[in-house]
Every structure is written in C-alpha cells, then in structure tokens.
Design a protein around this ligand. Structure first.
Ligand code: B12
Length: 250
C-alpha cells in the first residue's frame, strides 16, 4: 500500500483533536492575511512564516502586523500553555516563528539614518524569555535609537558595564520568571552606588508589575513595548526618571 496523502499523516493531533484548535479561528478576526499570520505563530510554522508575513505586509503596516498578527498569535500560545495543551516544544516553535516574522517587520520598518539617542536592552539574568525585548528593540530602532542589545540571561555586572560604557538614555529590562525579576532591583542598587541615574524601564510577565518596578529607584514599568520609544524620547529630551515614572505609572 502506498501513501497518497501525507497531510493525513503529519497531523498536529495536539491541536486538531482538542477544542482550542477552533480558537485559532476566533482570535484574528475578519482579515484573512492577518489570520494566517496568527495561525502560523500558533502552529509554529517556521517554514511558511516569511511568505505569510510578506503577503500580509502588502496590505498592513509592520507595527500593526506585530500587534494584530504576531502578538495575538503568541497570546493564544500563552493560553494554550497555561491550559496545559502546549508544552515546551510547541511553545519554542511558536516563539521562533514569531521572531522570524518580527525580523521581516523590522526590515520593512527600516530605521532613520540620524540617531537620536542610545538604548541598552537586556533580558534578566537567568531568564530566556526575550520576545518582549526583541519587540522593544524593533520599536526603539524604528524611532531612531541606537540599540545595544545585550541579549538574554545577561549577568548583572554585564548590564552595569554596558550602562557605564554606552551612557544610554534608557536601560530596558525584560523578565518573566518570579526567580529572575529580583535582579532588576539589584541593577538599580548598583546604579545608585555608582552614581548612575538613568531611566530603567522594565516589562514582562509574572511578578513584573508596576508596584514591583516602582519599588526601586529609576524603575518605570512598561506594560507595552510601544511605551519604550516614548519613554526613551522623554529621557533624551532631558526629562528625569521620576517625572517619567509620574507620567507613565500614575
Ligand atoms: C514563550 C514562552 C517560553 C519560551 C520563550 C521563548 C523566547 N525566546 O522568549 C520557552 C519555550 C523557551 C520558555 C521556556 C521556559 N518557560 Co516560558 N513561557 C512562555 C509564554 C508561553 C509566553 C511568554 C511570552 O513570550 N509572551 C509574549 C511576549 C511578547 O510578551 P512579553 O515578554 O510580556 O512582552 C510584552 C510586554 O510585557 C512588554 N514588555 C516586555 N519587556 C518590556 C520592556 C520594556 C522596556 C517595555 C516598555 C515593555 C516591555 O511588551 C510586550 C508587548 O508589547 C509564557 C506564558 C505566559 N502566560 O506568559 C511562559 C512562562 C513565562 N514560562 C514559564 C516557565 C516556568 C518557563 C520555563 C522555566 C519552563 C521549563 N520548565 O523549562 C522555561 C524558562 C527557562 C528560563 N531560564 O528562562 C512560566 C513562568 C512562571 C513564573 N512566573 O515564574 C510561564 C508564565 C508559563 C506558566 N504559566 O507556567 N517559555
């Protein structure tokens, strides 16, 4: 007997046999091109994401694509993980798919030639959840900031070294684990000891809340990546971190 239709063999039974599969149709709304982007992220379709995002970019703005396509897909992945439908492999694939899509959006956005300032970004020591940081990078670059991307799982000393070396307008941090977010406070304390008083904008999940981030000096909580360029612009115009905190966190 020969196999005639491989599609019937390579089936994602984790999705098709469970009701959350139908939720894929629910999230994206009416637009078919965006719907495909959302679906590709949920399914972790690294092979087709380039084509799907490029097709959708013919009609949609890259920032709109990040929020309505890539992030909506990841939101659904989070729900599937939280409900125990997705495990690490599916989530990792979905994350890689999102990052590939983000790269295309970044290329499309381009970045202004004249730099208006510098930002240092990192994901906390011990933490590899860097998707939020990557979005922050894209939006900061698109608004004309030079981004020094320290990557993920960055030791506290390396963050301090980078801040001293690059003298940025803004230091950005992302964390998702209750075990890692505490390093933000350590960084702020080190900055204080060294007499460095720059804006330290933080976002992420779990215990990374406004009340935690505003419990230490320089900390300003960012619920959404789109706030990073706005905060960076304020800092670049000379507004101090206390005033920026009042503006965004009160
Ligand atoms: C994707 C994901 C992963 C991926 C990460 C891939 C990657 N490259 O990032 C993989 C599969 C690798 C992974 C691994 C693990 N994960 Co995980 N993961 C998730 C998941 C599903 C989604 C998180 C996410 O990326 N969201 C999308 C991004 C875009 O959102 P975001 O970072 O929050 O960013 C937004 C805002 O916060 C903001 N923002 C973020 N940063 C900044 C910065 C600034 C300056 C500003 C202004 C804004 C801003 O902007 C963005 C939106 O615009 C969550 C589930 C959940 N409910 O959140 C679990 C979750 C975070 N993971 C969890 C765990 C436990 C793990 C593991 C320890 C599992 C394991 N047993 O190994 C490992 C972590 C290992 C480690 N050392 O870090 C737990 C954490 C529990 C906790 N609070 O401690 C969660 C909550 C799942 C759960 N319910 O148990 N994970």
């Amino acid at each position: 007997m020969t196999v005639k239709d491989y599609a019937k063999i390579f089936v994602r039974y984790d999705l098709v046999t469970e009701s959350p599969y139908y939720s894929i149709k629910r999230v994206a709304g009416e637009d078919k091109a965006i719907q495909k982007v959302v679906e590709s992220v949920i399914l972790g379709d690294t092979e087709n994401i380039d084509a799907v995002v490029n097709a959708a970019l013919r009609k949609h703005d890259p920032v709109e694509m990040i929020y309505n396509g890539l992030l909506k897909g990841m939101k659904e992945v989070s729900r599937l993980w939280d409900e125990g439908v997705y495990y690490l492999p599916q989530t990792l694939l979905a994350s890689d798919t999102m990052l590939a899509g983000l790269q295309i959006c970044e290329n499309k956005l381009g970045c202004p030639v004249r730099k208006r300032g510098v930002a240092v970004t990192h994901t906390a020591e011990g933490d590899i959840h860097d998707l939020g940081q990557k979005i922050v990078n894209v939006l900061l670059r698109a608004s004309g900031f030079e981004v020094i991307d320290l990557g993920k799982d960055v030791p506290v000393e390396e963050v301090i070294r980078a801040v001293k070396k690059h003298k940025p307008d803004i230091l950005c941090g992302t964390a998702h684990l209750s075990t890692t977010m505490g390093v933000f406070k350590q960084i702020a304390n080190f900055m204080k000891q060294e007499g460095i008083a720059i804006l330290f904008a933080c976002g992420g999940g779990g215990g990374v809340t406004m009340s935690f981030i505003t419990s230490f000096d320089f900390g300003v909580y960012g619920k959404d990546a789109s706030l990073a360029p706005k905060m960076a612009e304020d800092a670049n115009r000379g507004v101090g971190w206390e005033a920026i905190r009042r503006k965004y966190n009160e």
